[in-house]
Design a protein around this ligand. Sequence first.
Ligand code: PMP
Length: 397
Amino acid sequence: MDTNIHDRDLEAPLLMIPGPVPVAPSIMSALSAPTLGHRDPHLVKYFASALKKLTDLVDSRSGLPVVVPGSGTLAMEMALLNTLPQGAPILVVSQGVFGDRMQQIAETLGLETNVLRAEWGKVVTTDELRHALRQGTYAAVTLTHVDTSTGTMIDLPGLAACIKQEQPDALLIVDGVCATGGVEERMDAWGLDLVLTGSQKAFGLPPGLALLVAGPRAQAARTALGRVRSYYGDWERWRPIMQNPDGYFATPATNMVVALDQALTLMFEEGLDARYARHRALAHALRAGLATLGFTSFPAAECQAPTLSVLRYPPGVTPAEFLAAMYQQGVALADGIGNLAGQGCRIGHMGNISLEAVLQVVDTAERVLQPTQASGRAAQVAREAFGSIVHTDSHPA
Ligand code: PMP
């Protein structure tokens, strides 16, 4: 058995699946610093600093940040568990596997669930949502900002405004797992009551943390519930730690907390607008480069997410063979899931990804698909596409 972690590291591929994602060196070194106790004054400082930056990231002045060991699915469950009583009617807006997962969680928790589902590769429009909201009254509406199965992104501010207008009392819960930190999300300005995510996506951390920010209305909803049917998942039990991390409820993932603070520091050093623009430019570059090889985007043009690409293969390509060949050449990509299992190819480009990583994907794909005539042209097209977007974004008309 190979137990040498360093040998395994040397073989690690460029991780371009839609999470987990590559981890930047400064985050990696934060992770590998000696483990601190949860009440160590340094840890307390990192934790408080990370929590403050987390609320700043999503533009929430009085939101309660909640960071616990777990993954995005735990954050989804905690969001519903802490805000809605059993039997409450909710509308789940779904454009793929993860919206459908929200429905499953809601049903598991005993909520009365209606689903407004977009056709695969499309998103629910404001008109469709308005129509659905006129058919019933809901305690909450859930939205998936970016669905990782279809590569689609909703018009979050537009749908949020529609919900505010039609049902101002409904809580607005946003699954930001494939978006937060890579796409703008403004809780206060757009009226979002709760945003949740996981560490392994646009934060550029390894898997291991569930993150939520609960706005004032979501916190009031928790208070109104009294008791909830979970111990670990009850954010009221975590609240004292989130307000002052110098305490104990259950052991936090201390190395991950230090790394979270570093990940958020990187975000603010880059600048949020610049970071979001980089995500758009990388998406554009990847798609332009792979288009020269015959790949086409699965999602409709108006709703393609900047954090990942879901692509159809050029004619004649066998998905499993292509993915295996890419992996052999040092690039890990993901197969489709849900309706696209064994069909679409999913490529993540979120977090602290550089243009070089995207160019490596494109160049490797060219060599895999056109071994005899590969010229580097696909990567050249990608590089030019990146430049044109960055230029446009940095010089708004
Ligand atoms: N929501 C979305 C949009 C996701 O992409 C994912 C993970 N791919 C999840 C929820 C679930 O997160 P996790 O796998 O971290 O539990």
